[in-house]
Write a protein that binds this ligand. Structure first.
Ligand SMILES: NC(=O)c1ccc[n+]([C@@H]2O[C@H](COP(=O)([O-])OP(=O)(O)OC[C@H]3O[C@@H](n4cnc5c(N)ncnc54)[C@H](O)[C@@H]3O)[C@@H](O)[C@H]2O)c1
Length: 341
């Protein structure tokens, strides 16, 4: 298939592009390149791509494309809360526009990167299925719910949106993010000797390796239409349904000499959900995640050591919010986060 991969220069896109290529697909990227230089380790070999803002996409970008994988977004809760209106412009309106253009151009499958954050403060011991009520607690998560609703309305006999509700990602990507929980805790542990948990550690936070997300999207591309058409899927694995305290323990084991510090305060983030991932395993027969949290912590610690992660890079270069703030302060981007000419 010829696949348009938006967000191909992000954390997940940089891992996904080679997985799709290895599966035999022709990948064309599309990204504004906001984090293109946020690289840890050898520079990635990006597929050919369009350097364009999602809000400026035209019919040309979706011409001759069989499927779209849509990752491009302001990608986390703090970013969304910083500029809610931008989050809705980019994550919601521009995504729905892209989907309409794709449908009009005859694209048959549209895989949308949603998130388990749509379940919000689901709490409790029960596993959350895709049919659970959606309780987004941030503009970021709300934007994902709105896109799911609007794409659902576009589904028809020729156009199949698929809602991939990813757990929180972890693991090494050449375009690293250090602002997601496991990647962050491993960095703290190495740089300070402490695995610092700024809460009581009790929230459930299911995790999934970036490479497993990439394999899941590759599987969803070729799964039978009737198995995935207009359906939501939780992407992850029950073995990685962990509390933040458990994540911290795994990190302390992976980074020798580090110790867990749980501050015990009420965390700022009310999200807590344990998730059932069986629907996707059934739809994409043979799919299962390969990575455990422990393996990911070891992999990250090795990569951080090998590529000599510095505190400055950890706090600025690999933290999405800090990168955008710096680009805005320096005038590189305008107040709508578009590059200035
Ligand atoms: N990483 C996770 O834990 C996680 C979990 C669930 C869902 N997701 C979703 O997966 C997707 C990818 O996440 P990620 O971790 O790779 O994030 P990321 O921030 O690393 O990548 C997002 C990419 O989108 C691009 N982008 C942002 N705004 C754009 C715009 N206006 N025009 C064009 N490109 C733009 C950025 O340049 C970047 O390359 C996002 O939609 C995110 O919400 C991520």
């Amino acid at each position: 298939m010829r696949v348009l991969l938006t967000g191909h220069q992000g954390y997940l896109g940089t891992v996904m592009a080679p997985v799709l290529a290895a599966a035999g697909h022709e990948v064309v990227g599309l990204d504004a390149g906001l984090f293109a230089d946020c690289v840890l380790g050898p520079p990635p070999a990006d597929p050919p791509g369009h350097r364009v803002d999602l809000r400026d996409v035209t019919a040309e970008h979706v011409a001759d494309v069989d499927a779209v994988i849509h990752l491009a977004a302001l990608s986390n809760d703090p970013l969304g809360s910083l500029a809610p209106e931008l989050t809705y412009d980019i994550n919601h309106h521009a995504s729905v526009r892209l989907a309409r253009l794709a449908r009009d151009a005859g694209v048959r499958r549209f895989l949308y990167a949603s998130t388990c954050s749509v379940y919000g403060a689901a709490g409790g011991a029960d596993l959350v299925t895709e049919d659970a009520p959606l309780r987004p607690v941030t503009p970021y998560a709300e934007s994902k719910v709105r896109v799911e609703d609007d794409l659902h309305a576009l589904a028809d006999g020729d156009f199949s949106p698929v809602f991939m509700r990813n757990a929180t990602a972890f693991g090494y990507s050449p375009r690293l993010r250090a602002d997601i929980v496991l990647n962050n805790l491993v960095g703290h542990a190495l740089l300070s000797g402490e695995v610092l948990v700024l809460s009581d550690g009790t929230p459930w936070r299911p995790l999934v390796h970036a490479a497993d997300i990439a394999r899941a999207f590759a599987a969803a591309l070729t799964a039978p239409r009737e198995a995935v058409h207009d359906r939501a899927f939780n992407i992850g694995s029950e073995i990685n349904n962990v509390t933040v305290a458990e994540i911290a323990e795994q990190v302390a084991e992976a980074v020798s000499g580090s110790k867990v510090v749980i501050t015990g305060e009420t965390g700022a983030d009310p999200r807590s959900y344990r998730v059932d991932f069986s629907r996707f395993r059934a739809a994409a027969e043979g799919f299962d995640c390969e990575w455990t949290v422990k393996q990911g912590a070891v992999e990250l610690a090795d990569a951080y050591r090998e590529f000599e992660l510095t505190r400055d890079d950890f706090e600025r270069r690999f933290t999405r919010l800090a990168v955008l703030r710096a680009a805005s302060d320096s005038g590189a981007v305008d107040d709508t986060l578009r590059w200035r000419p």
